[in-house]
Design a binder for this molecule. Structure first.
Ligand code: NAP
Length: 487
């Protein structure tokens, strides 16, 4: 029997996935891990996003780790600050914080002589395994609109909300009507002096009420933990058997989602002019579906205006549309989304033979089963390319990917292997299979969205989430170049 080694693991990022990886390692009895976090708190996207109306669009019971239920969720769809406290609490109660180096961005990770050399401003240090847990919606995307920097009033991206700016007395201009723009509108519509929404493309909105959990429900959940697990299973079943199936293949479910979105619009918006403005010209779910309870009600409140003329430029006092109208506003909110294809970048990752990840990905991001990349031994990505992020809760994806990484980490710890990376052939085959399954999905039915890569192919998983889970539950060593442990 080989002796167990102290395997050193570097995790980049202390958001939902990084914390998940840390917890899985603790559960396996491994404490020799370090989390590098560029900010001064855990939480990732839930730390960065604090805009009014922020809540998760996945039910709280299902947006929880399987190893840590939370009877205290206040609503079906949890507010952003509760999600953030859920993660901060877990980091504290599990003692993960002692492993985190806050305020420490990783500048590069280089694989040299069998180790990952992680560089920060403080120097360079070797690790056996590199886990990238850098999230998906991390890098804000600013629109390329002429004059944007000429605006005289306050202006910020939705993920960099400036809470020192008062809102009630302002005429707010909101650029963008994705999930973020919709949630901001639902919260602020009718509560501020004016809200002008600049909509480039209308969105389908799936009616999703967001009831509160009563004190009795919470007390029951506290006393009977199995109820939380049942709630998790219930929502997992709904997502996997309804929404996910509707997304990955045509059929009755897809038509049903479309019908519900159309009904929601027709029922909620009676004014035909406004309804026309809000009617999309593509299939529901082609872009990420928006789950909202009272967006259409808020859009119809006094002081709210939806502008569909394209933006021509930004003037110091407002937004000028192509018809020449100046829409005067006091505050400009940029809700134009994120660069979803950055992955761990701008951190530089250099694998075997000095090949960088950018070089390996000249044709676009590709991974083996969403977690590993040929030529980058002992590197595992959480939320890597083609993770099933369109049709599944990101929390369960992170858990499945972290379990997969653990399978390999345990082999290194047990002294069975030194390093492993997927073969080019297995990775190519896997990506070709995915590509050929894409036309069945709703994401290719003709719309523009952050799901698409530079070739217009969805950077998503084209099958049901259960298949992703199965692929990760049974690692195939024959798909890997494995370096046995040196004696
Ligand atoms: P998004 O979905 O990418 O939406 C960006 C919006 O900005 C779109 O309406 C887009 O219009 C518009 N836009 C972009 N560039 C523009 C320009 N130059 N001029 C005018 N409009 C422009 O971004 P997001 O709303 O921040 O949401 C991103 C993702 O974050 C969501 O899909 C979701 O996965 C996640 N999210 C989740 C939650 C949650 O509850 N869990 C909440 C918020 C966000 P086009 O449609 O024409 O491109």
């Amino acid at each position: 029997m080989a002796e167990k080694r102290a395997v050193k693991v570097a995790i980049v990022g202390a958001g939902m996935s990084g914390l998940c990886m840390a917890a899985k390692m603790q559960d396996a009895g491994i404490e020799t891990f370090t989390i590098f976090e560029q900010a001064d708190e855990v939480g990732g996207t839930w730390r960065d996003n604090t805009y009014p109306g922020l809540h998760c669009d996945v039910p709280s019971r299902f947006y929880s780790y399987t190893f840590r239920s939370n009877p205290e969720w206040s609503r079906l769809l949890p507010p952003g600050n509760e999600v953030q406290s859920y993660f901060t609490q877990i980091a504290t109660e599990r003692g993960i914080r002692t492993h985190i180096r806050f305020g420490t961005p990783v500048t590069s990770a280089v694989f040299r002589e069998g180790k990952w050399w992680i560089s920060t401003a403080g120097g360079s240090e070797p690790f056996d395994v590199l886990i990238t847990a850098t999230g998906i919606l991390r890098v804000p995307r600013y629109p390329d609109i002429p004059g944007l920097n000429e605006f005289a009033g306050p202006m910020f991206h939705s993920s960099r909300w400036d809470h020192s700016v008062s809102l009630q007395d302002k005429r707010i201009g909101l650029i963008g009507t994705g999930s973020t723009g919709v949630q901001i509108t639902a919260e602020l519509g009718g509560k501020v002096r004016g809200l002008t929404i600049f909509q480039r493309t209308a969105q389908w909105v799936f009616p999703f009420p967001n009831p509160r959990y009563s004190p009795i429900t919470k007390a029951a959940l506290r006393r009977v933990p199995v109820l939380s697990r049942l709630g998790y299973r219930f929502w997992q079943t709904v997502y996997e058997n309804f929404f996910a199936k509707a997304m990955v293949r045509p059929g009755l479910r897809r038509r049903l989602v479309s019908a519900m979105c159309r009904w929601n619009l027709n029922f909620s918006v009676r004014d035909p002019r406004l309804r026309r403005k809000l009617t999309p010209d593509y299939q529901a779910m082609c872009k990420r579906i928006i789950a909202a309870g009272h967006y259409y009600q808020s859009v119809q409140k006094p002081g709210v205006d939806v502008v569909v003329d394209p933006i021509d430029h930004i003037a110091p006092t407002g937004v000028v549309t192509a018809d020449g109208t100046l829409h005067e506003v006091d505050l400009l909110v940029i809700a134009t989304g994120f660069d979803a294809h950055a992955y761990a970048r701008p951190m530089e990752i250099i694998g075997e033979n000095g090949v960088s990840l950018d070089e390996a990905w000249t044709d676009g991001p590709q991974a083996y089963r969403s977690v590993a990349v040929p030529g980058f031994p002992n590197m595992f990505m959480l939320m890597g390319p083609h993770s099933p992020i369109g049709q599944q809760s990101l929390v369960i994806i992170a858990e499945n990917q972290a379990d997969y990484a653990m399978w390999w980490i345990e082999r290194i710890r047990d002294g069975a292997i030194d390093a492993a990376s997927p073969t080019e052939t297995a990775t190519k085959e896997y990506n070709e299979q995915m590509k050929s399954a894409m036309p069945q999905t709703v994401w290719t039915t003709g719309c523009n969205s952050w799901y698409l890569d530079k070739h217009g192919v969805p950077e998503l998983f084209p099958w049901e989430p259960a298949r992703h889970r199965r692929l990760l539950a049974s690692p195939e060593p024959s798909d890997f170049d494995v370096q046995p442990a040196q004696a």
